[in-house]
Design a protein around this ligand. Structure first.
Ligand code: ADP
Length: 425
């Protein structure tokens, strides 16, 4: 086992695809990044500038989110992390009980950190913060659809108020007038806020230029809390510049396949595009799974002779009306869990058949596939589309490793499923 250099940034992400999004931004800014699935049991055994520990703590009870986050913190500290980054969603997904506030305060307490920032701004993805108000695209957060989110409805766009409701510590604002003036003004504002007893500041940012102006003022902050946007500005504090080498992965080889359990609009277009390009595609019928048919074995038998000639697609992706009908017959959770398990089993089987370049579509589906492949950590490579990088991971089903990309539902252009393999070649 080589002895790795001290980690520059240790990151804790509150969900799986969000972790990949953050890792992708750090790589683009010049860091070599590893993402782990949960808190590792063993020390890091590879060179990396940053590690992103992916938790699933966004909507679990606050005390459990705190316990998991502190566990991640201890592991990252043991790897020598010089700065900590707590990553949440760019729409600040949380309830009045948390978990952004409680986890932030627990991390501050554990680190002895007397001041931190909080900004979900991610201008590349049209999330901007102005005067403390969060915009999604052209509208305020509470008009963006997020007010109807089933788990974390966001009805107040004012992040100072939202975060204060979740925190014991006083929350303040570093507004755009200050950010626009750059590092010295931001540092002066932090000193003023501290003197006023403020411990956490929402920071405005409406562009990547704002994030880059903010970066130098964060160089000595033990803890940064943010969406993935701020990550573009931190590697420079460690003397790193964007370079292709940060995204270097082993050379790709082996067979190619796509599995999709996402029913989002973008994925439906991607499945259609793949089929229309004349490539082999097989639809999975959830009702046949429910009837006890061995859909996994059928799919693998179908794939076996085709896959030598080029990428195949196996999908449960369907239009909203079809999904509703299945959910009506099987129940929402039941249908979801059954399809996830089948697709994950197929992904494992495909890798056992020799697939070494695997595209997975769907956030929950990705979680299930990574679990079925027993992947514990992934090295993050180059971006295929915003927020979606190729990764390289070891799996007992592929002892020399495989290339895998995890596409959350609404990411990617219509030709993503073919473009991904071209990008890797
Ligand atoms: P996304 O990232 O697009 O939200 P996810 O994988 O997170 O995709 O979620 C999609 C969910 O829908 C999964 O639980 C999946 O098993 C389920 N699902 C997929 N296909 C179907 C289908 N045809 N009918 C019902 N549920 C489905």
């Amino acid at each position: 086992m080589s002895s790795p250099a001290r980690l520059k940034i240790g990151c804790i992400a509150d969900d799986f695809t969000g972790a990949t999004d953050l890792a992708n931004n750090l790589v683009r800014a010049g860091m070599r990044v590893v993402q782990t699935i949960g808190v590792p049991q063993a020390p890091l055994d590879t060179e990396a500038d940053a590690v992103v520990v992916a938790l699933k703590s966004r909507t679990i009870p606050a005390n459990e989110a705190i316990a998991q986050s502190l566990d991640a913190l201890r592991w990252l500290q043991a790897q020598g992390a010089q700065q900590l980054y707590f990553k949440y969603c760019s729409t600040f997904d949380s309830t009045p009980a948390g978990n952004i506030g409680p986890v932030t305060e627990a991390l501050m307490g554990a680190l002895g950190c007397d001041f931190t920032i909080a900004t979900p701004a991610f201008p590349d993805n049209k999330r901007t913060v102005f005067k403390g108000y969060l915009f999604a695209g052209d509208v305020l957060l509470n008009e963006s659809g997020m007010q109807n989110h089933p788990l974390t409805p966001m009805t107040d766009p004012n992040l100072v108020r939202v975060l204060q409701a979740q925190c014991q510590r006083k929350v303040g604002l570093i507004d755009h007038n200050v950010v626009a003036q750059g590092e010295a003004a931001i540092r002066a504002r932090i000193a003023t806020l501290k003197a006023e007893g403020v411990r956490i500041a929402i920071v405005d940012a409406v562009s990547n230029a704002d994030l880059l102006r903010m970066g130098p003022a964060l160089s000595d902050m033990a803890l940064v809390t943010a969406g993935s946007g701020v990550a573009i500005a931190l590697p420079a504090n460690f003397g790193l510049q964007p370079t292709d080498q940060a995204a270097a992965l082993p050379a790709a080889s082996g067979l190619q396949a796509v599995v999709s359990g996402s029913c989002s609009v973008a994925t439906n277009q991607q499945v259609l595009h793949f089929i229309q390009s004349g490539r082999p595609a097989l639809a999975i019928d959830p009702l046949r799974i429910a009837a006890g048919q061995d859909v996994r074995a059928e799919a693998l038998a179908w794939a076996q002779d085709k896959i030598a000639h080029g990428p195949v697609l196996i999908y449960s992706t369907a239009e909203p009306a079809a999904v509703k009908s299945i959910q009506g017959q099987l129940g929402v959770e039941q249908a979801g869990a059954m399809v996830e398990e089948t697709i994950a089993g197929i992904a494992r089987g495909l890798v056992e058949l020799g697939v070494r370049q695997l595209v997975v579509a769907g956030g929950e589906t990705s979680g299930a596939c990574v679990q079925a492949l027993e992947i514990e950590q992934m090295r993050i490579g180059g971006q295929i589309d915003p927020g979606v990088p190729w990764c390289h991971a070891a799996s007992p089903a592929a002892p020399q490793g495989l290339h895998i990309t995890l596409k959350s539902g609404n990411f990617g252009t219509p030709d993503f499923f073919t473009k991904a393999f071209t990008a890797l070649a």
